[in-house]
Design a protein around this ligand. Structure first.
Ligand code: ADP
Ligand code: LRH
Length: 494
């Protein structure tokens, strides 16, 4: 039989990419057809998506996929990071450029919202940890809605929905991306109208929720003509990149820890039902939605953003280093045992990262990492400690022992981080695939085509197609000791 060709377009923070997959019924092979920058633009004091440019890159990806393989793909699906959205008016026009979640307009929003509903109640009602980046807080401050006379003429589309809308003309909110908003009821997995009413967010903004793996429609004729392709089906796969990545975790056990390692490190576990307890809120876990109605109990850890931002800062100073060089530097750096709490919100906005890390070490009474190599070392070790802490919390919350840590995403190319994760946690790390998000996106398309049946079949195919690499713990006693010291470092800061 003929192979099924699918185009997955993944808008990540460190880059966007169009990946072409070919599935022959047993194995998936992938090739990158287009990679492009996805840099937010500071404009008039706010940070925005460069939506028009990115739509252009998406079209370029479609065009190149046909050039590369000689045929139009059998379908296309887009995924992006969570929480961001665009607004579209009654005539389908984009209302302003979408904001980027690292914009500062939500800096004090959470406290305003907690005046209307307590943090505890909000967690019980939504299952999502309060973080200023969440859609719910972005919408609460949304000036574009307030300036519209008839808000029922506006629709909000999460970024993957927005790309799908301009590709197909069909408006829908896909479930996994909607689950990052803080506006769903985690029990019935539908819009939480009560919360919207409490916060004066018009419920008419939202569309029906579609399940991951739904065919939405087909490519608009005008775009097909422009790119010399036909009416390619547009599929809502898992619109949320992390949900997509999780689809392709090559596991056959039901209780395991995962780390989706990209710009963020998203660490969590899969459950059938949400955990909405105070303990879960206090340890900052969210209950997001996954394929096949799974709940993703997870936490956003600041992740390799810290390293990305240092790299950018050093490039601005005139030294451009690639990630291999950065990892190499960290390997040979003196281990002065200085750590940061990688989750502190001071690290959220872009700019001046090396200084902020040094300042953090100074303020917590530690040796200040002076060289670039020491800073990189500090980041990587601090992340590994954060993973260990998160793992311990998850085991406690769920009452399950998690014997394996699956790491996926671009961040697994940082071999030092994978090894340290194994050593610090004392658990084997199973790493791969690197392009987990694009692969999960493709396999959900394959599911929409009826070519695969379920998640466990998909994961078997991924394991066959992209054999993972295993890291075993080393020097565990030494790391145990350092971890104990790390735990005591920031107690007085919080
Ligand atoms: P996202 O989609 O969130 O932008 P990716 O999955 O593309 O993230 O992962 C990006 C991260 O992967 C970068 O921040 C970088 O730290 C890491 N990375 C990429 N290439 C390499 C490499 N060659 N060696 C080590 N780390 C790498
Ligand atoms: C990872 C991610 C994460 C979201 C964040 C905004 O890319 O999607 O799951 O919370 O970006």
């Amino acid at each position: 039989t003929e192979a099924l060709n699918m185009l997955a377009v993944d808008f990540g923070a460190s880059s966007g990419r169009a990946m072409l997959g070919s599935f022959n019924g047993e194995k998936l092979t992938i090739q990158e057809v287009h990679r492009f920058a996805n840099e937010p633009v500071q404009l008039g004091g706010n940070l925005h998506w460069d939506f028009l440019r990115l739509f252009h890159e998406l079209k370029t990806g479609i065009h190149l996929s046909k050039l590369r393989s000689g045929v139009s793909p059998a379908s296309i699906a887009v995924d992006t990071w969570g929480v961001d959205y665009g607004l579209v008016d009654r005539k389908g026009r984009l209302v302003g450029n979408p904001y980027h979640y690292r914009d500062s307009r939500t800096d004090s929003t959470m406290n305003e919202v907690f005046g209307l509903i307590s943090e505890d109640e909000l967690y019980k009602q939504t299952g999502i940890q309060s973080s200023q980046i969440n859609t719910i807080f972005q919408l609460y401050t949304e000036d574009r809605i307030r300036s519209f006379q008839h808000t029922d003429q506006l629709k909000m589309l999460f970024m993957p929905d927005l790309f799908h809308y301009y590709l197909s003309g069909v408006m829908a909110n896909e479930y996994t991306i909607a689950s990052t908003s803080g506006l769903l009821n985690p029990i019935n997995r539908n819009w939480n109208i009560e919360i919207m009413d409490t916060l004066n967010i018009p419920s008419t903004l939202f569309s029906d929720i579609v399940a991951p793996g739904t065919k939405l429609g087909s490519l608009r004729k005008a775009i097909g003509d422009e790119l010399h392709v036909g009416a390619i089906p547009i599929v809502a796969a898992c619109g949320h990149d992390t949900a997509s990545a999780l689809v392709s975790v090559p596991t056959d056990v039901s209780h395991y820890a995962f780390i989706s390692s990209g710009t963020w490190s998203i660490m969590g576990m899969e459950l059938d039902e949400p955990i909405l307890s105070v303990d879960s809120r206090q340890s900052l876990f969210s209950n997001e939605g996954g394929a096949e109605h799974k709940i993703r109990l997870l936490k956003n850890i600041m992740g390799l953003w810290l390293l990305q931002e240092c790299r950018r800062a050093w490039a601005l100073e005139g030294t451009t280093l690639n990630y291999d060089e950065l990892t190499q530097m960290a390997l040979s750096a003196p281990q002065n045992g200085s750590y940061i709490d990688a989750d502190d919100v001071v690290f959220l906005p872009p700019g001046g990262m090396p200084k902020r890390i040094q300042e953090y070490c100074r303020a917590s009474g530690q040796i200040v990492p002076e060289s670039r190599a020491e800073i990189v070392r500090c980041i990587v070790e601090s992340l590994a400690f954060k993973y260990k802490q998160t793992l311990t919390e998850m085991e406690k919350l769920s009452g399950k022992r998690l014997e394996h840590i699956y790491m996926v995403g671009g961040g697994i190319q940082n071999r030092l981080l994978c090894q340290l994760t194994a050593s610090v946690t004392g658990k084997p790390v199973i790493a791969g695939p690197v392009e987990a998000t694009a692969i999960g996106n493709m396999m959900m398309q394959a599911k929409a085509h009826g070519e695969v049946k379920d998640l466990s079949e998909i994961r078997g195919i991924v394991k066959q197609s992209f054999p993972p690499e295993i890291y075993h713990p080393e020097d565990t006693a030494m790391w145990e000791e350092r971890y104990e010291r790390y735990l005591k470092l920031f107690v007085h800061l919080s």
